[in-house]
Design a protein around this ligand. Structure first.
Ligand SMILES: *Cc1c(COP(=O)(O)O)cnc(C)c1O
Length: 239
């Protein structure tokens, strides 16, 4: 298993590099996040040993399971699954950033918990740029108001925006999602909101995301292979 993962990582780095060159961006501006849902700690370790530093999980269960085995190599862990209120307490034990904040009630509960623990947490606001019902995220037209409200919570540090592009073979439609996120970001920056980062792009569409301004691309399948179920299964789990 070791070799394919290393080869795949090289391929992904090349794809990011090429997309950067095409769009006049610096390679260093784009960070690769390994989306490691369903991936064994062993396989994740292969990637960390190869020099990767950022992983993300979708469930508390997997965060908990892999935390021990992965401790030996320094790395950063983010949360990219749907954030349920009753899981906040657990999630914040294991991650330095929650990329999937998309509800004011959840933000309020997160704030309360962080206050109680005297901690802060980095977050990305998840925006539903594809307007697909099956996906989480705040509707684009409510994004600015949401960001302003979350910005009021002193324990929650907004770092940027996250989106899952439309899963479509029509490139134009996918690109539209990424452009929309960029527009929303610009609007927020104009209003003084600290949304410097854009987390967008996955295995099948990362080039487009980089061309449209991604600072983090989240890649799973193209590095670790196919998962047992379609993505919607993991995004909607337990809800
Ligand atoms: C699984 C997942 C990814 C990675 O998707 P791939 O198509 O496997 O690269 C990215 N973002 C989120 C939120 C995910 O759940």
């Amino acid at each position: 298993m070791t070799l394919p993962i290393r080869d795949n990582l090289n391929d992904i780095q090349k794809r990011i590099k090429n997309a950067c060159m095409r769009s006049n961006r610096r390679f260093k501006e784009v960070r690769l996040l390994l989306a490691t849902k369903t991936v064994s700690a062993e396989d994740i370790l292969v990637a960390l040993r190869a020099g990767e530093t950022l992983i993300a999980e979708n469930t508390v269960q997997e965060l908990k399971q892999k935390h021990g085995p992965l401790k030996t190599i320094p790395h950063e862990t983010h949360f990219i699954g749907h954030l349920q209120s009753n899981k906040i307490k657990e999630v914040i034990k294991y991650v330095s950033c929650i990329q999937s904040l998309d509800r004011l009630s959840t933000a309020q509960k997160l704030q309360n918990r962080l206050e109680y623990e005297d901690k802060t947490m980095d977050v990305f606001l998840q925006i539903n740029t594809s307007y697909e019902e099956s996906k989480f995220g705040i509707p684009p037209e409510n994004a600015l108001e949401f960001a302003k409200q979350v910005h009021e919570f002193d324990r929650i540090l907004i770092k940027g925006l996250m989106t899952i592009g439309l899963l479509s073979v029509q490139a134009g439609k996918v690109r539209k999602c990424f452009r929309l996120l960029k527009d929303i970001q610009q609007n927020m920056l104009d209003q003084g909101l600290p949304v410097k980062e854009l987390s967008m792009g996955m295995s099948s569409d990362l080039e487009m995301a980089v061309e449209e301004g991604a600072t983090i691309v989240r890649v799973g399948t193209a590095i670790f292979g196919r998962r047992p179920y379609p993505d919607s299964y993991y995004w909607n789990e337990n809800t």
